[in-house]
Design a binder for this molecule. Structure first.
Ligand code: VGL
Length: 199
């Protein structure tokens, strides 16, 4: 039986973090994540809630130099993807990010990988400057950048909410996405979906 998810309202100082919704992670991209396209309407729905309530949104992106250490050609785990400035690194065109939304670029150093949006970025300062008190996370991919970002939100002492209907997993092994969700929940993240949100 599915576990009932909590009801909640978005309140001032809530922020939405939209993780790596970039062309290369979509079905025709260099590192396709199954189900990426299917979550776009959900992510857009959350974006419209945040816009209506005038709440802060951040977008993160993988922004790798050519020859990044995470690429197979360099002995890494992934096909070359999200090379800075290429069409594959651009945000998925149907995504309705607000105008002027702060963009957090990560993985920009050739010899260092970064799954978490906090790694090598000033996201923690940006959250503090904007007095963010709770962080809601959507995007790609559940088992890598979403998971590591959510765990880091919690490490920074902020409540983290995972929008479980607005994430999708790479699933190199079939259960990776499920295990990532379990790990986030065990670390203290709250799982919610669109029905959780009081209209
Ligand atoms: C990601 C695999 C490789 C992600 C990035 O955004 O989750 N996954 N690079």
């Amino acid at each position: 039986m599915p576990i009932p998810l909590p009801q909640l309202e978005f309140v001032p100082h809530d922020a939405l973090l939209v993780v790596d919704m970039q062309n290369d992670f979509f079905e025709d991209g260099a590192l396709p994540v199954k189900g990426a396209r299917a979550i776009v309407p959900k992510v857009n729905r959350y974006l419209s809630f945040f816009a209506q309530a005038q709440l802060q949104v951040f977008a993160t992106r993988c922004w790798h130099p050519p020859g990044h250490c995470s690429f197979v050609e360099q002995g890494g785990a992934w096909p070359a993807h999200c090379v800075a400035g290429t069409p594959g690194a651009a945000f998925y065109p149907d995504l309705k990010l607000p105008l002027g939304c702060p963009v957090i670029s990560k993985g920009h150093l050739v010899d260092r990988d970064a799954y978490s949006a906090f790694q090598g970025t000033d996201l923690d300062c940006q959250l503090r400057e904007r007095h963010v008190a709770r962080v809601f996370v959507a995007g790609l991919a559940t088992d890598y950048c979403v998971k590591h970002t959510v765990l880091d939100v919690l490490r920074h002492g902020l409540p983290a909410f995972v929008l479980v209907d607005a994430i999708a997993a790479v699933n190199l092994a079939a259960e990776d996405g499920k295990h990532a969700i379990d790990a986030m929940r065990q670390a203290g993240a709250v799982l919610i979906n669109i029905e959780s949100v009081a209209a």
